[in-house]
Design a protein around this ligand. Structure first.
Ligand code: M6R
Length: 592
């Protein structure tokens, strides 16, 4: 049953698999790195004793995908097993403290502190439930946690904070899972566990409590009518749309990486005499934002290079004093890996930002930072772009330290604004999706579309262009708005759609000039503006207003890219294409 349920959850993460059951006074664990069927071939996951068990597929955040890091994680005596989705931000402090008390750790995961801390509290005389609750009250970060123990067999305890967890009520059986699809063929009766709640499951039923004070919660089950397929998309028509919506959470998750990793990477960048940012496609656009940020916040000259061009363009300049900052969500893009390998051979230090722990890029790197986004199924990069930008901005902010009061202040403003972006994205998704859908349908017959911006918004314009052309197959153009009058403007004729990325930042006045130039030639102006920007609104045929007030320009690509993702999505769907699997493209381009 668990094996089949994991199959339905594999799209959420698949670098390692584990199962644990309890029978008598023993836990039985099978786990390893690899995809579900590979691990099953090796260990036969269906052969575990008992009638209470937990399974997990992992997408690594802390610790590479190797056997010891797979879940479940257990305590010193293998009596308490825990699986976890999310990130425990303060695990370093717990680990230090528990090691001082004699606990032995076997993994590099943040998760492992949970069974050990629960063990510690049980040792002090608490019940398993109390010990778990007390541990939860000290955790910072995001989690859905499920605990199974030989101390109280036939019981599962689970809890959630910011990561999803749903309970299922069967006939003489109870289930919990990170999404409904896991148990949908077994029961249609479900209870959603809310933030800050925990639940105790046994075959005869489910008890829900508030984690904070153990106050009981009564919640009626709901009847689920979704198919397994629509449940994996959480009701969204496509994975891409689901992933666009997930950005509210993934930005938060990208921000959870401990400051020590940023300081480590910042130290390497500060030591380097030359910095090249190497990436392809969407990751290249994130890299562009990163290079703006490194120069503005830290006074560093970091040149962004398209990875497939690095060896031709700058390899002669690469030496042991060079740092290559490679950005790749998959960590397997051949062009990026080649640029990294060529540079490594010349002695450069390799730093990377990637969404896939255990990827080739991660293994080639001296220091890496994970994006913590979970798997992205849609071929178009969406949530991975905004999280790359968030990580790069935090990195640049870490480098602003000791760079003078002005830079430090700017860096603080950037980091503060970063923490506001999830709410802004939420607002855009609630209030602007229909506006963007209508704009998309109104330009569905356009033979070409242009995206313009200035400053860091050039990166946003480039990203909007890439999304649109790869999903709708409409040839699209993106330019620095100021450059458009040096040639491109001759293309403009009556009704040509030009999308301006026009936040109210230091480029605003000049962008208005560029809008006027385009308007005077008959272009149809579609502008992304800060809410209440009447000046640009009055010059535009359509506007999408970005809520949240004034954002530091470096942060604006995170918010202003979201409507452009939606524009590409609705244009693609409107044309009858499949935005999840655009023609001729692969999610990870592993050829030169
Ligand atoms: O996995 P990577 O970030 O290295 O991938 C780079 C590009 O192949 C990727 O961003 C591609 O351009 C996407 N289809 C963009 O949506």
């Amino acid at each position: 049953m668990i094996h089949q349920a994991l199959k339905r959850l594999e799209y959420r993460g698949y670098d390692s698999v584990g199962e644990v059951t309890v029978e008598g006074s023993r836990l039985f664990v099978k786990k390893d790195s690899g995809r579900l069927e590979e691990v099953h071939q090796k260990y036969n996951l269906d052969d575990l004793p008992g009638s209470t068990g937990v399974g997990h597929t992992r997408w690594a955040t802390h610790g590479r995908p190797v056997q010891e890091n797979a879940h479940p994680q257990v305590d010193c005596h293998s009596r308490i097993a825990v699986v976890h989705n999310g990130i425990i931000e303060n695990y370093v402090d717990f680990k230090r403290d528990l090691e001082a008390k004699g606990h032995k750790f076997f993994s590099r995961t943040d998760t492992e502190i949970v069974p050990h801390q629960v063990e510690e509290y049980v040792k002090q005389g608490m019940s398993l439930e109390e010990a778990f609750r007390k541990t939860l009250s000290q955790l910072e970060g995001a989690y859905s946690l499920v605990l199974l123990s030989s101390l109280v067999p036939r019981t599962i305890i689970c809890a959630r904070q910011e990561s999803p967890l749903v309970l299922g009520i069967g006939q003489g059986e109870s289930y919990c899972a990170s999404d409904i699809s896991a148990f949908l063929p077994l029961t249609k009766r479900a209870v959603v566990l809310e933030e800050g709640e925990m639940a105790i499951l046994n075959p005869s039923g489910i008890k829900i409590l508030k984690t904070r004070d153990a106050e009981p919660v009564n919640r009626d089950p709901i009847s689920i009518t979704w198919s397994v397929e629509s449940a994996t998309k959480e009701g969204f028509r496509h994975f891409m749309l689901k992933e666009v919506h997930e950005q509210v959470q993934t930005i938060k998750d990208a921000m959870r990486t401990h400051q020590i990793y940023y300081d480590l990477m910042a130290g390497k960048l500060a030591e380097a005499k030359r910095i090249f940012v190497a990436a392809c496609g969407t990751s290249y656009h994130a890299g562009l934002v990163g290079s703006f940020a490194l120069s503005r916040l830290a006074g560093l000259d970091a040149r962004v290079v398209i990875a497939s061009e690095l060896s031709e363009e700058v390899l002669d300049l690469v030496d042991k004093n060079t740092a290559i900052l490679a950005v790749s969500q998959s960590g397997e893009t051949m062009d990026t890996l080649n640029a990294v390998r060529d540079s490594k051979a010349k002695g450069a230090s390799i730093l990377s930002i990637t969404n896939v722990m255990g990827s080739t890029l991660m293994r080639l790197s001296d220091v890496y930072i994970g994006q913590n986004c979970g798997p992205e199924i849609g071929v178009a990069g969406t949530k991975t772009f905004t999280s790359q930008v968030a990580v790069l901005l935090r990195l640049a902010a870490a480098l602003a330290k000791n760079k003078g009061r002005e830079k430090e202040q700017r860096a603080r403003e950037v980091v503060d604004a970063l923490y506001r972006t999830p709410e802004i994205i939420q607002d855009i998704l609630h209030t602007k999706e229909e506006v963007v859908r209508r704009i998309a349908l109104s330009i569905i017959g356009a033979p070409s579309i242009c995206f313009l911006g200035r400053g860091v918004s050039v990166a946003t314009a480039l990203e909007g262009r890439l999304k649109l052309l790869e999903l709708s197959y409409v040839p699209a153009i993106a330019y620095p708005a100021g450059e458009s009058k040096h040639g491109f403007i001759s293309v403009i004729e009556e009704g040509f759609p030009v999308v301006f990325v026009a936040p109210k930042d230091e480029t605003h006045k000049k962008v208005i000039g560029n809008i006027m130039e385009m308007k005077a030639r008959g272009a149809r102006i579609i502008s992304l503006i800060q809410e209440g920007d009447d000046e640009v609104r009055s010059l535009s045929d359509d506007v999408v207003e970005i809520p949240g007030g004034k954002l530091p320009s470096l942060v604006s690509p995170i918010a202003y890219t979201v409507p452009l993702q939606l524009l590409a999505y609705y244009l693609s769907v409107g044309k009858g294409h499949d935005p999840d699997y655009p023609r001729n493209l692969a999610k990870s381009v592993t050829v030169e």
